[in-house]
Design a protein around this ligand. Structure first.
Ligand code: ATP
Length: 266
């Protein structure tokens, strides 16, 4: 269980996340939605402690994540893998090594990359690539892969961390509809193994299609928390004061993506 209580983050006089409380049982797939600047990224980054909260508490299975320091904080970050919109692969390294990077935080010093990994770890990395249909790309440089393939490599890398939670910040915003589907299916696949997934999405339809639960933020506050079927077009209008289409367009422009309905029409 991930417990978030009164989580708040201020940047100067701006409150990016404002008193958010959530209980997320292990194994849930939670979609986080909201307009640009609503605080979605800040919330995810606080869970992983890339950003420190100004107030409030995060607990995971009884451990106070907000108080972790040093080694314990590094261990938490390993258990709580992040996936980003821009994949964050090391472009000049091959795909296999990029996946093995998921094991690196277990090691004190970075020396020669490949020699540091055991045969067992390399087998794990290959199995992860194979699972996402990427085994044949293992020895290619990362920058020769398509965006969708790179994002799947990022998911494979996250899996090598043996995470309990995956935090995905707009993982499909740079992808076309087909690759978006493949990546969302990959995330759903790992979720079905019992890994909790929190995924920021600008596209409501995707959130509805893939998530068990939707959490909506508006100006840092939690304004909706429930199953996808409760997030009706009318509810969107009540919460955000705009139609679902306007919401989608605005959010897509903010993350530099194409709204799904526009992409399909194109
Ligand atoms: N490091 C920072 N310094 C100052 N302000 C910040 C910082 N990070 C975020 N903010 C501000 O906090 C608010 C929430 O930003 P955040 O990126 O979390 O929103 P978001 O919902 O993820 O938006 P988007 O979908 O546009 O990425 C915004 O007003 C943003 O400008």
């Amino acid at each position: 269980m991930l417990e978030i209580d009164g989580l708040t983050r201020r940047f100067g006089d701006r409150t990016a996340v404002n008193g958010v409380s959530l209980r997320i049982p292990a194994g849930q797939m939670v979609g986080v939605i909201g307009r640009s600047g609503a605080g979605k990224s800040t919330m995810l980054r606080m869970v992983n402690r890339l950003t420190d909260p100004s107030d409030g508490r995060i607990r995971f299975e009884g451990t106070d994540v907000t108080a972790l320091r040093g080694r314990a904080l590094r261990d938490w970050r390993m258990r709580c893998a992040m996936i980003f919109q821009q994949f964050n692969l090391v472009q000049r390294l091959d795909v296999l090594t990029n996946v093995l990077v998921g094991r690196l935080n277990r090691r004190p010093v970075m020396t020669s990359l490949l020699r540091m990994f055991t045969a067992e770890e390399r087998a794990m990395a290959l199995a992860a690539l194979d699972r996402f249909d990427l085994a044949e790309t293992a020895l290619q440089r990362a920058d020769t892969l398509s965006g969708g393939q790179q994002q799947r490599v990022a998911i494979a890398r996250a899996m090598l961390q043996e995470p309990r939670i995956i935090l995905a910040d707009e993982p499909i915003a740079s992808l076309d509809p087909r690759n978006s589907r493949i990546v969302m299916e990959s995330l759903r696949g790992v979720n079905r193994e019992g890994i909790t997934v929190l995924v920021n999405l600008h596209d409501l339809a995707t959130a509805r299609d893939y998530c068990d639960r939707i959490v909506a933020l508006n100006a840092g506050r939690l304004v909706f928390d429930g199953p996808p079927e409760h997030l009706t077009a009318q509810r969107i209008r009540e919460v955000y004061g705009v139609s679902e289409e306007e919401f989608a367009e605005e959010a897509a422009i903010a993350v530099g993506a194409t709204p799904r309905h526009a992409a399909i029409a194109a």
